[in-house]
Unconditional design. Sequence first.
Length: 348
Amino acid sequence: EVWNPNGKYRVISTKPMPGTRWIRLLTDQNCRVEICTQKKTILSVEEILTLIGDKCDGVIGQLTEDWGEVLFSALSKAGGKAFSNMAVGYNNVDVNAATKYGVAVGNTPGVLTETTAELAASLSLAASRRIVEADEFMRAGLYDGWLPHLFVGNLLKGQTVGVIGAGRIGSAYARMMIEGFKMNLIYFDLYQATRLEKFVTAYGQFLKSNGEQPVTWKRASSMEEVLREADVISLHPILDKTTYHLINKDSLAIMKKEAILVNCSRGPVVDEVALVEHLKENPMFRVGLDVFEDEPFMKPGLRDMKNAVVVPHIASASKWTREGMATLAALNVLGKIKGYPIWSNPNQ
Ligand code: DGY
């Protein structure tokens, strides 16, 4: 699909993206926009090379693509100056290779914070109240009357929410769980989450002044402390060498037997094989997963686990957010083409 065919700058989007604002932004600034409409979900490096061709000023790409040496050297040869991932995560992008070939890299933080946190909260609730299991039960026509034991789950109020990685998304999630469900907080992050701490303190004082049990917070000195103490644990680190398999057999073993683990970050942060074993051995342990180690696949056994809620990497999938991500990605590329610093550069 081509917009403004006579535009001076050739910008490619490897996928159709929501909304039209991002297209207008580019075409208004003399860009010819080419959108790849190939049905295949994940494009190979070879397919993207073909899209880049001989002249290309900038590319908007997706987290499913492997942006390394090969693509950045081709983009640079084609005259390209900018690449933006339509994602906040950029573990699929070799930023050093991009820098080597003089291509600026952008990502799309901010607009997906609340939407992603809302999905982490949804998964926490779905797991604690066994919503998917109960839904399947209803649809299978198995409900034959109210019972005291039917789908009994956990009450979140008064329990402890554990956040690993208290950046933008982790902090937004924590606030939702604290304010929404009056949970106490324990978090682990290399940086102090000052604003989050202030929020919990103020909210705790507010509850107290109303004669209610105040919520509390604690900054853990290790991730293990969070795993040991929290009832619901949500993972929000970036994926790199240091966070690969952060959650593994050993770390699962120190979690409470009835804990809930939520992952809306990146699949490889969790050793999924170890997780499946743990789910099998601990039927009261539950997970809510938005991401998987080898997307789009799940490790054998996971799909059969009743104590797992699984969704297909949709944490940022609200209309407002996805349009915002597309717009930011377009701004990143456009800015660089026009000679301004890239709007959001993960390297800065
Ligand atoms: C991201 O932005 O990194 C998410 O995984 C997709 O929105």
